[in-house]
Design a protein around this ligand. Sequence first.
Ligand SMILES: NC(=O)c1ccc[n+]([C@@H]2O[C@H](COP(=O)([O-])OP(=O)(O)OC[C@H]3O[C@@H](n4cnc5c(N)ncnc54)[C@H](O)[C@@H]3O)[C@@H](O)[C@H]2O)c1
Ligand SMILES: [Zn+2]
Ligand SMILES: [Zn+2]
Length: 361
Amino acid sequence: MSQQVQGVVARGKGQPVGIETIVVPDAGPGEAVVRIEACGVCHTDLHYREGGIGEDFPYLLGHEAAGVVEQVGADSGALAVGDRVVLNWRAVCGECRACRRGQPWYCFSTFNASQPMTLADGTPLSPALGIGAFAEKTLVAAGQCTVVDTSPDPAAAGLIGCGVMAGWGAAVNTAPVVKGDTVAVIGCGGVGDAAIAGAVYAGARQVIAVDRDPRKLEWARGFGATHVVDATGDDVVSQLRALTGGFGPDVVIDAVGRPETFRQAFDARDLAGTVVLVGVPTPDMTLELPLQEVFGHGGATKSSWYGDCLPSRDFPLLIDLWQQGRFPLERFVSERIGLGDVEAAFEKMHRGEVLRSVVVL
Ligand SMILES: NC(=O)c1ccc[n+]([C@@H]2O[C@H](COP(=O)([O-])OP(=O)(O)OC[C@H]3O[C@@H](n4cnc5c(N)ncnc54)[C@H](O)[C@@H]3O)[C@@H](O)[C@H]2O)c1
Ligand SMILES: [Zn+2]
Ligand SMILES: [Zn+2]
């Protein structure tokens, strides 16, 4: 048995995405079918459609989603039909060398559903980040379903499933920012603004937002940025130093993921400071660094996969903070759109008009 639903598919590199009929198999062992209520448009979806992540077209896009479990297969643990969930794209295995040494957020063997979803003609789909949630229903591994109370607003809650978690976790888990730190965040989209909110939560004394778009800098203040730097202006590195007593921030988070922004982060941080790369580079990008500066600057450069989160630990925490009025999750929702509006949402993202367009089903 299977069901046919509507979903948003990227057929080829750079081609506009469109709605297609998707065949969703019944949940097999360790799998679940989830009825999607809302799914945010993340820059990573655009990376997929531009061929920046791989060439496994056709992609079923969408991965920042909240929904309700409709079917569970055998061996799906405690997950039950009717559970409200946020989908995660790193279901940890519990058995790999990272999991065994007690660092499951690095799990080297995360998994997705084993059966493929397909187009109506049987062509297998590659679901974005193993989720594929710009669709009425999707098939995932049961471990990708994190049970949390999404009922106050599934459109906001679903954003915890990717960009918000990645940004917040980059500051709180990966860096980690500690009380009294000075922090800069380069790139203030959904990911960067979540990093700003995370830095505030962790007790940063100063949080500097850096972006080329004045609108983004204004929004960043709403998430707790204490200072802003216009990246189109004078040298970003000297501006960051000037704002931090001439030394540079203790932590610089690159939420763009380009060689030039990484280099700014690398150069701007204080001696022994930390660079966190949470923006995702594309395969064509390379970086050359003077090795003597790598040594002489000290500190650390770290990548943040999904904000080094553990969905079971961090999603409920963010939901609690949101419900207590301590995390403005709903501010990330710039507009609510339909499945047919994803291509237009990419354009708005490109023009900097939105933090998150959220498909609501
Ligand atoms: N590491 C992870 O697990 C993870 C998870 C989700 C998203 N991401 C990545 O994070 C990045 C940001 O995602 P997003 O959804 O926030 O994107 P977005 O497009 O909403 O935001 C990017 C922001 O960066 C700004 N920007 C672009 N170039 C800049 C520059 N040179 N200097 C300063 N600002 C600049 C833009 O004006 C924009 O505000 C993407 O690369 C995305 O793929 C990573
Ligand atoms: Zn593992
Ligand atoms: Zn994402």
